[in-house]
Each structure stands twice: as structure tokens, then as C-alpha cells.
Design a protein around this ligand. Structure first.
Ligand SMILES: *[C@@H]1O[C@H](CO)[C@@H](O)[C@H](O)[C@H]1NC(C)=O
Ligand SMILES: *[C@@H]1O[C@H](CO)[C@@H](O)[C@H](O)[C@H]1NC(C)=O
Length: 486
């Protein structure tokens, strides 16, 4: 779902609608939202201390109750609109897909609900494939079974019916009312029975931890096929974006399994192990420390230094970036292990063009990171960090290895966005690369070409009423570099 470092910053409720619901699948299908509603209502009082059971991947625990209330309202509003669209059906796959309002969801799916936006995602459970493999009809149909019987009740009718069932039978019912209630009773279980089901369902709600454990076991199981292992990894990637989940990955022993996967003989395994690792490492010092102790840095550098596809190297570079950012010790080790040479070769390797700018961006980030620490306001922290960063002799190595020219040559790239990144990097390198740049006729030529191009673009931009536009900014950056090179 998310590319590389993108994080899912929202609140999600995750629940696994277990196959047992199929028994009353007609209710579930039509009343999927109502179930969630009842479900949240009946447990909201103890929600805060049962967060784990709801598998809430949460950011701000304190606001949960408030958000749930909002969510209930959203759901109820949606309900009103839904009835006319009852027949629209959601077709699940192995991937998370957004469930549009009004779509009926078959029982047995993984369902996630975003508590902030109300967006709902669903996909087939991971073991779905095995089941459908063993037999096509009628078992495989069971999970995907969707009740679109037009004679079944609408959600509104059901709600009313359920409300009625709650009342004890009144003596003065008309025969019609009695018959009607009997009819409903025959088709649906009374509310107490439903509540019982909900309680059982609650026990089957899986926490992130349990899901991750399953995925790790799937990945670690020698009986799993390569495809199953890769699927487990790609599911795992989703979870480890959360800082706490990434820590759990560590305590469950999953991190070392990932590191071991980096030197698997299967390219796909290398790729996905890097992908999950990169997500787990992002802004997570504890995982960063454990990963470097587990030998991840060496293995990532081996991937980047050897003959691999650009897809594999792309993810390895992503993991390396997550490993190095804000972790001076890793940066120091990286330099010791010859990591900068590895990246240099990558940046001149044919077929790896898509990685050139990413590599330059990583270097830019590392250089700026060190500079920012020096200028930090917090003196104590600055002192401590400055100590650590003083061991990272990045700039001399950059100059020595000829990066100045490698980077400035990338200004020839046609994309504005890439040029912007290169310009920024050239800018921070200027003071150190002066010798290399001052007498470089190619750089001067490229800069004057770029200036021409952006003067025109900036002018058009201005005509369209954009005073401080993107192109003007690029032009400014080019002029500033040219000025300093004089
Ligand atoms: C992976 O499997 C091996 C062998 O079955 C087992 O010894 C090890 O504990 C497992 N590791 C994890 C993290 O589950
Ligand atoms: C991966 O590296 C570890 C040591 O770091 C080694 O024990 C293992 O055999 C290697 N696996 C492969 C497939 O080369």
C-alpha cells in the first residue's frame, strides 16, 4: 500500500470477521456497520483498558472515547444513505481495498476501520487461498458468500426489529404484530443471542501482536512456500510502521529473521526483507540499535554492492537510509565498512538510474542532519550529539571520493523535482566542493542552461499570477550557486 517510508498516521480499528458469522451472514452482510456500531457501543465503557483486544494501533489513547463517539455518528449517518444501495457488493482480494459506503462486505474478511476518517478497508484473510485451493465450490463460496437477496430486510427494518425484540412481549399485541414478530424471530436471533455472539467474536479479535506473531511464524515456517513467505512479509510491512509494533517485532524475534532474509538466495526475499526492515527502522532508535547489532548494515551493503535487480537495490537503499538517519553510530560504521564507496559505485552503475537521486537525497539528509545538530538550541543535547556526530567524518570522505562532480553531473537530469534535490545538495556541498566546482566548465555550462530554462518558466509562472512560484525558487537557487562559485 504505502510506498517506502510513508506511514499510516491514522487510527485504525482492526477486526477479523470470523467465518462463524456466516451462520447469520444475512445479518452480517446487511448490517455490517450496525454490528460494528453495537460492538463499539457495548464495549466502549471499558474501551480504554481493553484497547489491546481491539487491536487499536493507536497514537493518542486519551482521545479514544471521543473519537469513537464521533465514529458512531458517522456510521449512523451513513446508514441512512445505505439502503438504496444495498445491492452493491464488495469484491475482496488479497490486497487491502477501500470499502465504499453502501457496499456489502462478505463475512470472513479482514476489516479495518479508520476511526478518524471512517474509511474502511477490507481484504481476504491470509489463509483464504489455501481454503479455496483445496476445493472450489461450495466451500470456497462460503467465505465469499454474499447475501443479496432482495427480499431480505433493509437495515432500517432490522434496526426497528431488533429494538422491538428487546422489549418483553406485550400482552396487547395485535395478531398481525405477533405474526410479524414471530417472522422476524424465525429469521433472526434475539438481541441477547446477538450479544453473546459479539462476546465470542470479541475473543476472536486479534491484536496486532497476535497477527504479527502469526505472520512471523508463517515466514519462519520451513513448510511455507516462497510466495507465502513474501505475502507474510508484505503484510508485516503494514504493521511495523507503528513504533510499538516494530518494537514487538524485535521482542518476537522477527527482526533477526528479517536480517537473515537479507542474504537469502531468493531476490524476492531480499527485496521484501529490506522493505519490512526499512519500515521498522524508520525513526525507531531501539530497532536501529538491534538491527546494527544483528548485522543488518553489512548485509544491506552486500546487496547494494553486488549484482542485483534495481527493485532489490531500491528497497535495500530504503532500509539503509532508515538505518542511518539520526543514528550517528550507524553512520560511523557505514563509513568504516566502505559504505560510501558502495553508494558511489551504485551512482554510476548502468540500469540503476532510478537510485541516483535517492542516493543523493540520502547524502543530503546526512550532511544537513549533522549541521542541524551543531546549531541546536538545547546545549546539553547538542553537546552529546555533537560528540557522536564528530566521529562521523562524512564530508571529507565525500570530497575525497569525488562525489562533488558525481552529484553536480546529475543536474543534467530532465525532471524538475530531481534537479531541485540535486541543487539543494550542491548548495550544502558548495563550501567543501569549491575546488572541484570552481574550475568545472561542465558545471558552469549546465548552470547557465538551467538558468535560461527557469528564467522562462518563472516568467510564465508569474504571468499566471504566481509571484513566489516553484520555478522562481529553482532559479533563485541556481543564481545563488553561480554567485558563490564566482
Ligand atoms: C524459527 O524457526 C526455528 C526452527 O523451527 C525456531 O527454532 C525459531 O525459534 C523460530 N524463530 C522465531 C522467531 O519464531
Ligand atoms: C547468511 O549469512 C549468515 C551469517 O551472517 C550465514 O550463516 C547464512 O548461511 C547465510 N545464508 C545464505 C543463504 O547465504
Amino acid at each position: 500500500m504505502a510506498d517506502d517510508g510513508d506511514c499510516v498516521g491514522n487510527l485504525w480499528v482492526q477486526l477479523v470477521a470470523m467465518p462463524r458469522i456466516c451462520f447469520w451472514s444475512s445479518i452480517v452482510t446487511k448490517l455490517n456497520l450496525v454490528i460494528l456500531l453495537l460492538f463499539i457501543t457495548s464495549f466502549s465503557s471499558c474501551l480504554n483498558d481493553r484497547v489491546a483486544e481491539f487491536a487499536l494501533t493507536k497514537k493518542e489513547e486519551g482521545d479514544l472515547k471521543e473519537q469513537n463517539k464521533e465514529e458512531l455518528e458517522v456510521i449512523e449517518e451513513e446508514e441512512e444513505v445505505l439502503d438504496s444501495e444495498d445491492l452493491e457488493v464488495f469484491y475482496p482480494t488479497n490486497q487491502w481495498q477501500t470499502v465504499r459506503p453502501g457496499q456489502a462486505i462478505p463475512a470472513g474478511l479482514h476489516v479495518q476501520l479508520n476511526l478518524q476518517t471512517g474509511e474502511k478497508l477490507a481484504k481476504l484473510p491470509d489463509d483464504y487461498k489455501e481454503k479455496s485451493d483445496t476445493k472450489d465450490s461450495p466451500t470456497s463460496k462460503r467465505l465469499g458468500q454474499i447475501d443479496i437477496d432482495p427480499n431480505s430486510f433493509t437495515t432500517q427494518e432490522l434496526k426497528r426489529a431488533l429494538a422491538k425484540m428487546k422489549e418483553t412481549t406485550k400482552a396487547d399485541d395485535t395478531p398481525e404484530e405477533k405474526a410479524h414478530r414471530e417472522d422476524i424471530r424465525r429469521r433472526f436471533r434475539p438481541i441477547e443471542k446477538l450479544k453473546e455472539e459479539f462476546r465470542e467474536l470479541n475473543l476472536q479479535l486479534e491484536t496486532d501482536l497476535e497477527i504479527m506473531l502469526k505472520l512471523i511464524n508463517k515466514f519462519n515456517n520451513s513448510a511455507s512456500t516462497l510466495e507465502e513467505k513474501i505475502t507474510a512479509l508484505s503484510d508485516l510491512e503494514y504493521y511495523v510502521h507503528q513504533v510499538d509494533n516494530a518494537k514487538d517485532l524485535l521482542s518476537l524475534g522477527g527482526l533477526q529473521l528479517l536480517i537473515n532474509g537479507l542474504n537469502s538466495s531468493e531476490p524476492l526475499m531480499k527485496e521484501y526483507a529490506s522493505f519490512v526492515l526499512g519500515a521498522a527502522l524508520s525513526s525507531n532508535p531501539r530497532v536501529q540499535v538491534a538491527a546494527i547489532q544483528g548485522g543488518a548494515l553489512q548485509k544491506l551493503l552486500v546487496i547494494l554492492a553486488t549484482d542485483q535487480s534495481s527493485a532489490v537495490k531500491k528497497k535495500a537503499l530504503f532500509a539503509l537510509s532508515s538505518m542511518l538517519r539520526h543514528f550517528p553510530y550507524a553512520q560511523q560504521q557505514f563509513l568504516k565498512l566502505g559504505g560510501l564507496q558502495v553508494l558511489r559505485n551504485l551512482c554510476t552503475e548502468k540500469g540503476m538510474e532510478i537510485l541516483y537521486i535517492r542516493t543523493v537525497t540520502l547524502l543530503y539528509d546526512l550532511v544537513v542532519e549533522k549541521q542541524l545538530i551543531k546549531n541546536s538550541d538545547d546545549k546539553d543535547e547538542a553537546h552529546e550529539k555533537t560528540q557522536q556526530y564528530s566521529q562521523v567524518n562524512l564530508m571529507p570522505a565525500i570530497v575525497e571520493q569525488g562525489w562533488c562532480t558525481i552529484i553536480s553531473n546529475l543536474l543534467k537530469t530532465p525532471e524538475h523535482d530531481s534537479r531541485e534535490k540535486v541543487l539543494k545538495t550542491v548548495h550544502v556541498l558548495l563550501a567543501f566542493c569549491k575546488d572541484a566546482y570552481a574550475g568545472d566548465p561542465t558545471l558552469n555550462h549546465v548552470l547557465s542552461l538551467l538558468r535560461q530554462e527557469y528564467e522562462e518558466l518563472a516568467e510564465e509562472e508569474q504571468k499566471e499570477g504566481d509571484e513566489d512560484g516553484y520555478f522562481k525558487e529553482l532559479l533563485h537557487s541556481i543564481n545563488s550557486i553561480a554567485q558563490q562559485l564566482k
